[in-house]
Design a protein around this ligand. Structure first.
Ligand code: ADE
Length: 224
């Protein structure tokens, strides 16, 4: 899969996407992340990509021309399954949406910024708007990093069997069971005995029960 991310603050994206699982996914050639500085498409040599809003509102608006030129440049090179815009007004990201997006070949993510983007970009160029939650970030970069991370780790081969996404919270609409490591007793704080009993069927049942109990107490909405 290839994800092209268009941003006016590309530095905000480099670090979150170049460590740990995202780094391995790229090294294995399973995920290609290409971060594009929108200022490379500025309308003048002052690097201008935004302007005042018509109607006298506070805040700058990203202009159509640099974004259109950037997206058209990308589209000349390959077909894109979705052109995503990160915005608090979008559809809220969840595991189901991430699963679907992880099966796509090529995605563009346009990061929102300042007051937003000229509405005509959303009408004519964007195919999907995604929010990462009901709160407002300073820009769409962190949202784009979250979306890329949560899609990228679902690409087959990115995770090894041990950390397989199949066991993640939310995959069955259930939260994960608790996990423990050594020591089995830390100053009287004990690991549930069943986990080191060696009895695989009991361990499996314990994990399932815990996942269900945890979901019932913390996120009963997921069970509806
Ligand atoms: N940009 C600002 N806030 C956002 C959010 N909650 N989700 C996605 N993009 C955003």
């Amino acid at each position: 899969m290839r994800i092209d991310i268009i941003s006016v603050v590309p530095d905000l994206l480099h670090s979150p996407l170049s460590h740990s699982i995202m780094k391995r996914a790229q090294e294995k050639g399973l995920l290609e992340v290409n971060i594009i500085n929108l200022r490379d498409y500025a309308i003048n040599n002052h690097g201008q990509v935004d302007d005042y809003a018509f109607g006298g509102e506070a805040g700058m608006v990203l202009m159509i021309e640099p974004i259109d030129n950037c997206i058209q440049d990308l589209k000349k090179q390959r077909h894109y399954d979705e052109v995503i815009y990160t915005s608090p007004d979008g559809q809220t990201l969840n595991q189901g949406m991430a699963n679907q997006l992880s099966m796509k070949e090529n995605l563009i993510i346009l990061c929102g910024h300042y007051k937003g983007v000229d509405e005509r970009i959303r009408e004519h160029l964007i195919t999907k708007e995604i929010s990462i939650g009901d709160y407002v970030l300073s820009g769409g970069e962190l949202a784009a990093a979250v979306i890329t991370d949560c899609i990228g780790r679902l690409i087959p081969g990115v995770l090894n069997d041990e950390s397989s996404a199949l066991f993640d919270s939310f995959q069955d609409n259930l939260l994960s069971h608790p996990v423990y490591t050594r020591p089995a007793d830390y100053n009287g704080w004990k690991v549930p005995e069943v986990l080191y009993s060696g009895h695989q069927a009991n361990i499996k049942k314990w994990k399932e029960d815990q996942a269900l109990q945890r979901t019932q107490s913390r996120r009963p909405d997921l069970l509806k």
